[in-house]
Design a binder for this molecule. Structure first.
Ligand code: RAM
Length: 366
């Protein structure tokens, strides 16, 4: 039987917090700048916009840096919204900085800049399982709380990881979702994010295991996996290329909000609309028009905001000592409920998964 230890619960330090989205407009750094210089400049720009949170009840505001995979993806805006929703009860400022592209090493300069600034905590949605580890370990050695959010690194590179759903089940779910929208017959392909994305790769690996186990729907054949790098244009080009390469394609499954929206856009204007199904993981706001015009029957996700809310509260608890990171430690998130750092890897599931179709797409706004 698993033993769950209970921590004291989260104690909100003071009344107010200021959350800052220091998005840098998606501009790439000029060729004269090193990535580190660019990161430092962006961080400085962010710092200039940070308002001091009123520290009622004493104590300096906690300084948190959140590093999404890349800029310009509304999915990560939703996670920032979650940080914002937690803010009123927490004495915290959050700077959001990220690279323009989601390359394996592109976040390193931003981690290093946060270490230099001696922030209290770094939350990161990682673009690689291992490449960020030396920097993240340096951050922890400097006394900075490090959390991964929405995807993970190797477990010894962070204190805990917040994932939206149980990743071990998602690969299987994506195959079954493809079967549902195709009637269980035909060729299909994955249109993923970057080839190093730890979240998507874990789902793709689990899907491959499910398929090779012989338990997956027998009429489906996975013919290809391509990568749109979470860039709308590249994702659209890859979707178009799949249509050309596979004249009998029955479905594109894009387990990325950028990829599914791009594939749906391509299919909505294609004579093969209706013949080729698009499904996967998307935000309701980006996918609404494609559900309404019949391009897409069904897709899934979760509310990304919850991960930001849990991260903000967990950071406070880890910083004030009311929560100690460890195996099977339960903690209470005000307004959300109990969550558990499960197992030796300290994985926290935000939940819940949600399916969207014509019957409920208008009930969601993110
Ligand atoms: C994209 C990103 C993100 C992933 C979602 C489903 O927005 O790749 O990491 O979790 O899709």
């Amino acid at each position: 039987m698993r033993k769950v230890r209970r921590s004291m619960g989260l104690v909100a330090i003071a009344a107010s917090a200021t959350m800052i989205l220091a998005a840098c407009g998606g501009n790439e750094s000029s060729s004269e700048e090193t990535a580190a210089e660019a990161a430092t400049e962006e961080a400085v720009v962010a710092e200039e916009t940070v308002e001091e949170a009123p520290a009622e009840g004493g104590g300096e505001a906690l300084r948190v840096t959140y590093i999404p995979k890349n800029l310009g993806n509304p999915y990560f805006d939703a996670i920032v919204k979650g940080f914002n929703e937690a803010a009123p009860g927490l004495n915290m400022t959050v700077e959001v900085v990220a690279p323009a592209q989601a390359g394996a090493t592109d976040q390193i300069p931003f981690i290093d800049a946060a270490i230099q600034q001696q922030v209290d905590a770094i939350a990161i949605s990682p673009n690689d399982l291992d490449a960020l580890c030396p920097s993240l370990k340096r951050a922890m050695e400097a006394g900075i709380t490090v959390l991964t959010v929405n995807g993970d690194t190797a477990p010894d590179c962070r204190e805990a990881s917040i994932t939206p759903v149980d990743f071990s089940q998602l690969g299987r779910y994506l195959v079954d979702l493809t079967a549902e929208v195709t009637g269980g017959e035909g060729e299909w392909a994955f249109l993923s994010a970057t080839s190093t994305a730890p979240d998507q790769n874990s789902w793709l690996e689990a899907a491959a295991e499910y398929i090779s186990s012989g338990e997956s729907p027998a009429g489906l054949t996975l013919v290809d996996t391509v990568y749109g790098d979470d860039q709308p244009d590249k994702s659209a080009t890859e979707a178009q290329a799949l249509l050309t390469k596979y004249p009998d394609l029955a479905a594109i499954n894009a387990p990325t909000t950028v990829g599914i929206a791009a594939a749906a856009q391509v299919l909505s204007q294609s004579p093969r609309k209706g013949q080729v199904q698009v499904t996967g993981l998307g935000t309701p706001n980006q996918m609404r028009e494609f559900i309404k015009d019949g391009t897409v029957q069904k897709f899934a996700l979760w509310d990304p905001a919850l991960q930001g809310t849990i991260a903000a509260n967990l950071i406070v608890g880890l910083q004030n000592g009311s929560i100690v990171a460890g195996e099977d430690v339960a903690f209470e998130v005000p307004g959300v409920g109990e969550r558990i750092m499960a197992g030796a890897d300290r994985l926290i599931i935000a939940g819940p998964p949600q399916e969207f179709d014509a019957s409920n797409i208008d009930d969601f706004d993110f």
